[in-house]
Design a protein around this ligand. Structure first.
Ligand code: GPW
Length: 797
């Protein structure tokens, strides 16, 4: 966008006056914040108008990305960057007496997601919009996003995230496009002249009101939207009850409806099975599909060609109700016969799977399902009946597999099976993960639908994670290879020519140093602990999960501490940094946080280890905090048990910022390894076949304890209350008796790779060379590349 500082100033002054009635000299930071956001939002709306006009003329196939989560983070800086207006806005704001950096800091994260899956959805909105594809995101306008985390005495405490107070500037309500969603009630069949008709009656109606959050693309004409639904009662409160003086009762129906869009469920990679969650899913699916169908019918006389003009992409199974809901619309609302409706449905829907872990594969109790969604239940039953019949008739060799392939079994609706049965495309999110889907989880499906399963390796919004988050590194890269990498991240490859250039390498080292100093300042403010910015920053930031093995990292830190203290180990000074939210009901995850914090308390105050070790737990890990952490990371810990992390995306973000990966052969780590080669990554531990073999043989963690003296020393120390006199019995007994993700089995290999890391770090030049090599080879992990894979292999195939 071409706007001068002068023009921006005029807009700001005008908006400040009209919104708040003030001139700049009288305005507060808060008012200037509202003014800047309003001005940027207006520019986006203008641009969006022009884009919609163009779309109407060209009428390309539309993509609808259905996701219960979009972890948007902050938008102001991103929008200014994408509109190429940041320098001008900075000056305009400054000339009016304000500081744009302070205004950035006032913006809350739009935390409408838990972690990787939600952030991926937002990275894809960025990529697709920059590339000019008409992708609309659909989700829920949660009043409260992911909880705010505080640590009190080492224990995680959750607080509500009231993001709308400062974040609603980006949302445009579209009351004109509100729709109704029907729950509960009775389903009956009735004969009419058109044949047998299904009638859904006595339902409970909820009104869905859309709010649009506009997504800008970088140097692109496109402005896409993320449409977020808010729930409210379909009928205003009961005036009769109100008149009778029953004030509270008259509001009840309103509260019941509003509960649907009240709060994001904070469980990640885990199912909750709660009724309200099912209602959330159906609410947003039904509202979105009604909206999609209506939009299609505004441009087309029929739904017959829906698959030619529309893809509805299901982000994991959380929106799997798209399958029966699209069927319901076609059958009940638009009078299609089953076969035709099924054909349209199957050719319109695509599904991405993000996990193979059984505890995260969604199932719904059939009775609960029927109570809330009676009509949808009859449709799922019919889909299942026909599918099982078809297998029985057409694939006699698969008859034995019918029970495990069915969409309904053991009294549950199995959402993943439903998606694989219906969708024309099913993809995993890394090569390894997609192979596991083909060879294991969905093997029988792959045999009967040979071309359905495919892979799209995840990617990240490099413009956010590098250009906006790491301005120093970005300037260096621009000086060396120009700015082509902003639009084509593969251009980073050109950096390889500087791998032996001492000036470049030391400049890279200096930049990392300054980013570490920046993070150290934050740590000192947030945690009251001074860390040495010259120490190595070793980072593990992600949701807390047993399979991600933060506990193994912590055990190893304790091992280092004991070696320094009792055995005179000398090592390069190291700062271990953790950030992780635990699902509020996940006890073991919270215990692990308590363990890390206890460990930190003990180590950080022990002056006898002369500053060789520090352990920092940063509370409230979120997108905006990640933007500060990644540029400062030197070691990226990606240590999940092989076969468990579908992809990981933090691994890509840290690589892009020059951190070296210390990881297992899991998820996208394998593809990072392929990109950088074995000499530029630290790989350890069992691979997937080895894990499976050990599991088959029978894994006995206590044997590791008995045979590995380091493991024994560490666990004995914890057992004796060595960590601040605290009781970590749950952790010790978990490790000795279950160790579900084999941390002890991988411990020795983990310990050794850390020694290698320590040795390599002594050679700063070599380290920087490896770091530059990682940056140069991170191009493939751009979300733009992932989007092009979706475009070529799934959406516009
Ligand atoms: F269980 N992922 C996530 F598969 O962040 F649905 N939340 C989730 O609920 C699920 C997956 C689900 C993550 C994966 O754990 C991670 O490996 C992957 O990189 C990310 O999704 C994006 O694909």
């Amino acid at each position: 966008m071409n706007l001068s500082v002068q023009e921006l100033k005029q807009k700001l002054v005008k908006t400040l006056k009209s919104e708040y009635g003030y001139v700049p000299e009288e305005a507060t930071d808060r008012q200037m914040y509202g003014t800047v956001l309003t001005v940027v939002q207006e520019m986006l709306l203008d641009k969006r108008g022009e884009y919609l006009d163009k779309l109407k003329q060209k009428d390309p196939k539309r993509i609808y990305y259905m996701s219960m989560e979009f972890l948007v983070g902050r938008s102001l800086k991103n929008n200014l960057y994408n509109l190429c207006l940041e320098p001008e806005m900075k000056r305009a704001v400054a000339e009016l007496g304000f500081d744009l950096e302070r205004i950035y800091d006032m913006e809350p994260d739009a935390g409408l997601g838990n972690g990787g899956l939600g952030r991926l959805a937002s990275c894809y909105m960025d990529g697709a919009t920059t590339l000019g594809y008409p992708v609309t995101g659909f989700s829920i306008r949660y009043e409260f996003g992911i909880f705010k985390q505080k640590i009190v005495d080492g224990w995680q405490v959750e607080f509500p995230d009231n993001w709308l107070e400062m974040g609603s500037y980006w949302l445009t309500p579209r009351v004109d496009e509100a729709v109704e969603v029907h729950f509960e009630g009775n389903v009956t069949e009735q004969w009419s002249e058109q044949g047998l008709k299904t009638i859904h009656s006595n339902y409970y109606s909820v009104r869905a009101v859309p709010y649009d959050l506009l997504i800008s693309g970088h140097k692109s004409d496109a402005v896409n939207s993320l449409r977020l639904w808010r729930a409210e009662s379909a009928d205003a409160f009961d005036m009769n009850e109100f008149s009778r003086g029953e004030y509270v009762k008259s509001m009840e129906s309103d509260a019941k409806a509003a509960a649907i869009s009240k709060v994001l469920y904070p469980a990640d990679d885990h199912i909750e099975g709660k009724e309200l969650r099912l209602r959330q899913q159906y609410f947003f699916v039904s509202a979105s599909l009604q909206n999609i169908v209506q939009a299609h019918l505004r441009q087309n006389p029929t739904l017959d060609n829906l698959p030619d003009k529309v893809v509805i992409h299901i982000n994991d199974t959380h929106p799997a109700l798209c399958v029966p809901e699209l069927m319901r619309l076609l059958l009940d609302e638009y009078g299609y016969q089953w076969e035709k409706a099924w054909d349209i449905t199957c050719r319109t829907l695509a599904y991405t799977n993000h996990t193979v872990m059984s505890e995260a594969l969604e199932k719904w109790d059939l009775n609960l399902f029927r109570k809330h969604l009676p009509r949808i239940t009859t449709i799922v039953e019919e889909i299942n009946r026909r599918f099982c019949n078809e297998i029985f008739e057409k694939f006699p060799e698969k008859r034995g597999a019918i029970p495990s392939m069915a969409a309904i079994g053991d009294g549950c609706v199995r959402m993943a099976n439903l998606c694989v049965i219906a969708c024309y495309s099913v993809n995993g999110v890394s090569k390894l993960h997609s192979d596991i889907l083909k060879e294991d989880l969905f093997k029988d499906f792959d045999d009967i639908f040979p071309h359905k399963l495919t892979n799209v390796t995840n990617g990240i919004a490099a413009r956010r994670w590098l250009c906006q988050g790491n301005p120093l590194l970005t300037s260096m890269v621009k000086e060396l290879i120009g700015d082509g990498f902003e639009k084509d991240l593969m251009e980073l490859k050109k950096l390889e020519q500087y791998e032996s250039d001492d000036t470049v390498l030391s400049c890279l080292g200096d930049i990392k140093q300054r980013n570490k100093e920046n993070l150290a300042r934050y740590i000192s403010k947030a945690n009251g602990i001074n860390v040495d910015p010259c120490s190595m920053f070793d980072v593990q930031v992600k949701r807390l999960h047993e399979y991600k093995r933060q506990l193994m990292n912590a055990l190893h830190i304790l091992h280092l501490y004991l070696q320094i203290k009792n055995h005179g180990l000398e090592m390069e000074p190291r700062t271990f940094i953790f950030g992780a939210k635990a699902s509020p009901g996940y006890f073991m995850a919270k215990e692990i946080i308590r363990f890390i914090c206890g460990l930190g308390d003990m180590i950080n105050k022990d002056s006898s280890i002369s500053g060789m070790l520090k352990v920092i737990f940063l509370a409230d890990y979120k997108v905006s905090l990640a933007e500060m952490i990644y540029p400062a990371a030197e070691i990226s810990e990606q240590i999940s048990q092989a076969g468990k992390e579908a992809s990981g995306t933090g691994n890509m973000k840290m690589m892009l910022n020059g951190a070296l990966t210390l990881g297992t052969m899991d998820g996208a780590n394998i593809e990072i390894y392929e990109q950088v080669g074995k000499d530029n990554i630290f790989i350890f531990g069992m691979d997937t076949p080895e894990v499976n073999r050990l599991k088959a043989e029978g894994y006995h963690p206590r044997k590791v304890y008995e045979t590995n003296p380091y493991v024994k020393e560490v666990l004995d120390f914890v057992q004796k209350g060595g960590i601040e006199g605290k009781n970590f019995e749950t952790i010790v007994s978990y490790l000795l008796n279950n160790d579900s993700y084999m941390s002890l089995a991988d411990f020795e290999s983990y310990r050794q790779i850390h020694q290698t890391v320590n040795d390599v770090y002594k050679d700063a030049c070599r380290w920087n060379q490896m770091s530059l090599h990682n940056i140069a080879n991170s191009g493939i992990f751009s979300a733009d590349r992932s989007i092009m894979d979706y475009v070529n292999n799934i959406w516009y195939k």
